[in-house]
Design a protein around this ligand. Sequence first.
Ligand code: B1M
Length: 242
Amino acid sequence: MNDTPANGASQDDEEIILADLSDEDLVKQMMDDLYDGLKDEICEAVRIFLDRGWAPYKILTDSLMEGMRIVGIDFRDGILFVPEVLLSANAMKGGMEILRPLLAETGAPKIGTMVIGTVKGDIHDIGKNLVIMMMEGAGFEVVDLGINNPVENYMAAIDEHEPEILGMSALLTTTMPYMKVVIEALKEHEKRDEIIVLVGGAPLNEEFAEAIGADAYCRDAAVAVDTAKELIARRHNQPPAG
Ligand code: B1M
């Protein structure tokens, strides 16, 4: 990514020892490594930060998500292409897999169940997977439908698992309208009032969520957790758990 790596050495110099870098330089190096799709290096850096006592959520937000934001800018500008971004996504997932059990290990009591999936036509799943990790960590049982879900998948999972919450993710402006198709199907099957519908994904906003009849738009995974807790508590007429 950069001509000068985070530790100030030139590209041709000897190998960078991640463990020798300061926190600040290691964050910068992780962004470079995520950009270059270096999964092993990302996993090593995540472990180093954990050893240094960083909270899993801080590692996620300060290095992995920030790194992916930069990848997104160069993807948009035609500097990076799909194969390169896939490598970055793979590296990010490697880091997330290390953090996943740690985020889920809070011992929080079970609050409710959520069915979540990325909508039809859309294969982005990193943000959805992050939401799942955070929801599990907060005490939700989560049924993950994966990517590219037609309305039938959501309806079948709702029938089977009877969740309090339905979550939908979309990262493309062309796929986000499909969320309305799912909400309309819920109405048609007289299930809309039984379930809290939360939607998220980079191109969405509150106005869109309101326009399609969702209960709330969630800007990020932490907001998804807070919103889920709050809306469930409101249904039960109790203060939010945790
Ligand atoms: Co895609 N892609 N991509 N891509 N991709 C975007 C979304 C894009 C903005 C890039 C850009 O141009 N800057 C652009 C969309 C433009 C638009 O629609 N306006 C785009 C495009 C165009 C495409 C293709 C069409 C490219 C092509 O083929 N020509 C293609 C579409 C494929 C398809 O889906 N049919 C495509 C493909 C891909 C890859 C496969 C290469 C890869 C996905 C790999 C994967 O997910 N396994 C990819 C990636 C990685 C991205 C970017 C770079 C990063 C997305 C990401 O993971 N962000 C992205 C650029 C960007 O968003 N800046 C881009 C990190 C993640 C943690 O954030 O997903 O926003 P995010 O999730 C957040 C919140 O949004 C929220 O919480 C999460 C955590 O905080 N949230 C929810 C998300 N879902 C939620 C659900 C909830 C609650 C909150 O429910 C309750």
